[in-house]
Design a protein around this ligand. Structure first.
Ligand code: NAP
Length: 434
């Protein structure tokens, strides 16, 4: 009998107990001895009876507890107890993305020294077995790029805005259906995508990237008009995470980007997560499913629990990621300008782009009489990252420019999307991995 202690027993924690109950593993195989909560006296329903405590030591220092399951909401609450659990030589399983993204390197090293497992399958795309496949296949076939929608609250918000619905109503509906947690709904600032991307890069490369090496942007400032303009140009705006490695650079980005309407990722429903992975030898693979939620996340925790019997210590390649040299990476951009309706406005805008050698692939203008503004939507040819930053900063200083919104169209989308599902196809353009 394996004795388990839990740090937290909310949405995912209750799901964890539910999965154990459904498989009847609580009858003789696993015993959940105690769970840490903020308020043990609060009346609550649990699938199987568990003693509740508000003292972390009652979980992490109980000599009978062999496995600690961390389902606390953030790294601030979890860091201390998880360190203590590892120091007390207990296996730790966590669904806590923030904890792993912010302290993963240190915690993995501690676990390694203590010769105990520190597993976090549930923290990355829990409801989609992509992380498992990635871990196995990357040993055989290196990954050259990944691109996907991981954080569902942000995805729900953008999908609702695209469809003309209220983001608040859509989030509430998804929270009631158990697809997003009410808490994450309140922070569509890109943080959750940042954490997921860190875990993804760790899974693919073996190295934890530094948080400040990842380009991150949330949904703030995006208006329905931006999404409508993208649609007119044949794009859908999605909150994407993106990582690629070429012979020249590595780069990791978490921000809302423009996905061509014909691309498989453009068709993901708001509650779905999807990850497109380009393996060097296997070719592109698309993983789609419920990225989180109580039962999918709990199932991933239980999968880690079951894997403990086969766990053998291994020395992961852990090194701070150093080579994000993506200044020359080229992406196209979808730009939307709101200009004062003056005779010179359009020329100011176009000349600003041309002066920096930004080639215009397509340009569309709309006059808005009611606001006396000119809306200009531009699809550029690929341009270096820094050039676009400089151009936009320059244009923001022009008095005729009232607002600018810019969405990256990552270079991977230039790879023929019809090749995506053809096994064995490899993306052109990028050289072999070093
Ligand atoms: N929900 C999902 O779909 C999902 C998916 C993937 C990963 N995750 C991750 O899983 C973790 C848990 O998420 P959740 O949705 O289950 O959160 P939740 O419903 O808010 O549950 C959090 C639990 O932690 C307890 N808690 C919070 N702060 C505490 C503190 N300072 N000391 C002691 N106990 C504390 C709460 O106690 P009370 O019960 O007394 O309030 C509650 O039992 C998070 O890290 C999240 O990022 C969630």
């Amino acid at each position: 009998m394996t004795v388990i202690g839990m740090l937290g027993c909310g949405t995912v924690g209750t799901g964890f107990l539910e999965v154990l109950k459904r498989r009847r593993w609580h009858e003789g195989r696993f015993q959940v001895r105690r769970a840490l909560v903020t308020d043990p006296q609060r009346e609550r329903w649990l699938p199987i009876p568990v003693e509740l405590t508000d003292r972390p030591e009652a979980v992490v220092s109980d000599p009978d507890i062999q496995v600690v399951v961390d389902v606390l909401p953030d790294s601030a609450a979890a860091y201390g107890p998880v360190v203590q659990a590892l120091e007390n030589r207990k296996a730790v399983l966590t669904a806590n993305r923030a904890l792993v993204a912010e302290h993963g390197l240190e915690l993995e090293q501690l676990a390694l020294r203590q010769n105990v497992p520190f597993l976090y399958r549930a923290a990355l795309l829990a409801g989609v077995p992509a992380a498992v496949a990635l871990r196995e296949y990357t040993l055989v076939s290196p990954v050259r790029a990944v691109c996907g929608v991981l954080h569902r609250a942000g995805h729900v918000v953008l999908t609702a805005m695209t469809q003309g619905q209220s983001p608040e109503d859509a989030l509430q509906e998804m929270a009631e259906a158990g697809y997003v947690s009410a808490r994450s709904a309140a922070e569509p600032d890109g943080r959750e995508d940042l954490w997921s991307l860190v875990l993804l890069v760790r899974t693919i490369t073996g190295a934890f990237p530094r948080l400040d090496h990842i380009r991150r942007r949330g949904l703030q400032g995006i208006e329905p008009a931006d999404l409508a303009a993208a649609q007119r140009m044949g794009f859908v705006i999605k909150p994407l995470i993106f990582w690629e490695e070429t012979p020249q650079w590595h780069r990791a980005i978490a921000e809302p980007m423009a996905v061509p309407g014909t691309h498989p990722l453009a068709h993901l429903a708001g509650y779905e997560s999807g990850l497109l992975v380009w393996y060097e030898d296997i070719g592109p693979q698309l993983y789609v499913g419920l990225g989180g939620g109580a039962l999918p996340t709990a199932a991933a925790l239980v999968a880690d629990l079951l894997s403990l019997t086969a766990w053998t210590p291994r020395t992961p390649v852990i090194e701070p990621w150093q080579s994000y040299r993506a200044d020359h990476a080229m992406d196209a951009y979808l730009l939307r300008f709101v200009l004062a309706r003056q005779s010179e406005s359009l020329r100011t805008c176009v000349e600003g782009l041309e002066r920096a050698n930004v080639l215009i692939h397509r340009l569309e203008t709309t006059l808005h009489e009611s606001t006396r503004t000119l809306e200009v939507v531009v699809l550029t040819e690929p341009v270096p990252d820094q050039t676009m930053v400089d151009v936009l900063n320059g244009l923001r200083r022009q008095s005729a420019v009232q607002a600018i919104q810019a969405f990256r169209v990552p270079a991977v989308f230039r790879w023929d999307p019809t090749r995506v599902f053809r096994t064995g196809s490899t993306p052109p353009g990028a050289g072999p991995r070093r």
